[in-house]
Every structure is written in C-alpha cells, then in structure tokens.
Ligand binder design. Structure first.
Ligand code: F6R
Length: 250
C-alpha cells in the first residue's frame, strides 16, 4: 500500500489526476473504473484541463462506473450516468459507447446484475479503479454487512448513506433507497486501485479501512488485500493514521 498524504482537497485531486493520467498515457486503451460523488470531482476537472491542452487522449479508453441509483433514468439530473456525463465524459473525447454504468431503470435485478458482470468481463477487467469511501466505510455501494458480496448486486442503501447523499437532492425523501453496485470481486481484481479521501468526516472510516481488521462490517477494509493500492488522501482524512515503515508518505 502506498499512502500519498496531500495537504488539502486540491492537492489530493492533483495527485489522483496524475495517477489517472499516467494510466491513460501508458495504456491508451485502458479500462478505468470510475466513481461519482464529491471526492473525484476535482480530479475529473484537472483531467479535462489536460485533455483540452492536448495532453491526454481518451478515444480508446473504456470506463465502468461503480454504481447507479435504482429507479433513476440516465436522463435524470440526479443519476450517476448524468453526473458522469456532465462532470467528465461530455468534456473529453471518450466514446459514449465505451462508457458503462448500471441501468437504474432495469427492475429485473438478476438480469441487470448479470448484464453488468458480462460487461466487465468482456472488457477484460479493470486496469485502474478509482474509489471514494463512505463515512461508514462503503466502497461503491457495498454497504457494511455480514459478508462481502463478490458480484454486481442490488443493495438497500444504509440510512447514513441516504443522509450523506441527500445534499445532492431537493429533500431527503427524494434520495433513492436502493442502488446497483459493482461487487467486491471486480474491485479487488482491478490491476491497480486509487482510493481517494478528503476531509475530517472520512478520518475514522479511513483509519478502520487501512489499519483495522478486514471485515465486511467496514467494506473498504478489504482493500488491505490488494497488492497495488494507492491511497490519495488529504491531511484531515489521514489525521487518525500514523505512517508505518511499509507505507510511503511522499
Ligand atoms: C460513488 C461511490 C461512493 C462514494 C462515497 C463517497 O460512485 O461509489 O462509494 O465514493 O459515497 O462519496 P463522496 O465522494 O461524495 O464523499
């Protein structure tokens, strides 16, 4: 595990953008696993800037997103499909047909989960997976539970997740209560993972993820098993963690 301790959100975003850009340059047809939420927004902005300066080419890049709310269409402004288009995809030259996200409108959960597993499989897995972390330790929408769920599944969102995400909706009552999420296996099979975290609100979850026992009660703790994990986090998010000699703190 490498830990990049960055000063603040902007520095965290710059480092994450550097790591993603390096992947795009080294492997122009890479498969990127992408996240939504506040955490990666700054990195996406910086990647757009680099694309606009002709430093990056996404024409052969494919993407698979971690998750999507159930019941929201891709045209709904609160959907993750819309988020990805408006905050990233529409401003770079990635081909729409190369971007993948669960279909929130598919009510047949078995069908949709199978479809998404086949999409990931057909792409040959993920080269670089970007992750944020929930205050309760979720990754994607793999919520705390009794077992790690390996494959794409439909999940009832934890009350704390609904509360945390209410900031994107007009009211708490409008936040969908269920979502599709990529499972732990596809995340762990990614060749490399960049876990991003910013702010004091993430400090406890990040500490438990990196230093606590590996347990489905804190899904991000499973990342300790990954051989190529980069944690890119700011000082506030890392405030509960002391570096050990096996970590790198640039
Ligand atoms: C979003 C996702 C979630 C978020 C997490 C943190 O696609 O997979 O796991 O990464 O909820 O959200 P923010 O970044 O908004 O704090």
């Amino acid at each position: 595990m490498r830990i990049y301790q960055m000063k603040n959100y902007d520095e965290m975003s710059r480092k994450a953008a550097d790591l993603i850009a390096a992947q795009v340059i080294v492997k122009p047809d890479a498969v990127l696993g992408l996240a939504t939420g506040s955490t990666p927004l700054g990195a996406y902005r910086l990647l757009i800037e680099r694309y606009q300066k002709n430093e990056l080419d996404f024409s052969e890049i494919c993407s698979v997103n971690l998750d999507e709310y159930m019941g929201l269409s891709a045209a709904n402004a609160q959907s993750y499909a819309y988020f990805m288009r408006s905050n990233f995809f529409d401003s770079i030259n990635i081909l729409p047909e190369n971007t993948h996200i669960p279909n929130g409108l598919e009510e047949d959960t078995v069908l949709e989960c199978d479809r998404y597993e086949r999409v990931i499989g057909a792409l040959g897995g993920i080269d670089l997976q970007i992750l944020g972390i929930g205050g309760n330790g979720h990754i994607g929408f793999n919520e705390p539970g009794d077992a790690f769920i390996p494959e794409t599944h439909c999940v009832e969102l934890a009350a704390s997740t609904i509360q945390a995400n209410a900031r994107f909706f007009a009211s708490r009552g409008e936040v969908p209560t269920a979502a599709y999420t990529m499972g732990i296996r596809s995340i762990l099979q990614a060749k490399s993972i960049v876990l991003m975290a910013s702010g004091k609100a993430k400090a406890k979850a990040l500490y438990r993820a990196l230093r606590g026992p590996i347990t489905p009660a804190l899904p991000a703790s499973v990342l300790q098993l990954h051989g190529n994990l980069s944690v890119v986090a700011d000082e506030e998010a890392l405030s509960d963690i002391k570096a050990t000699s096996t970590d790198k703190l640039p």
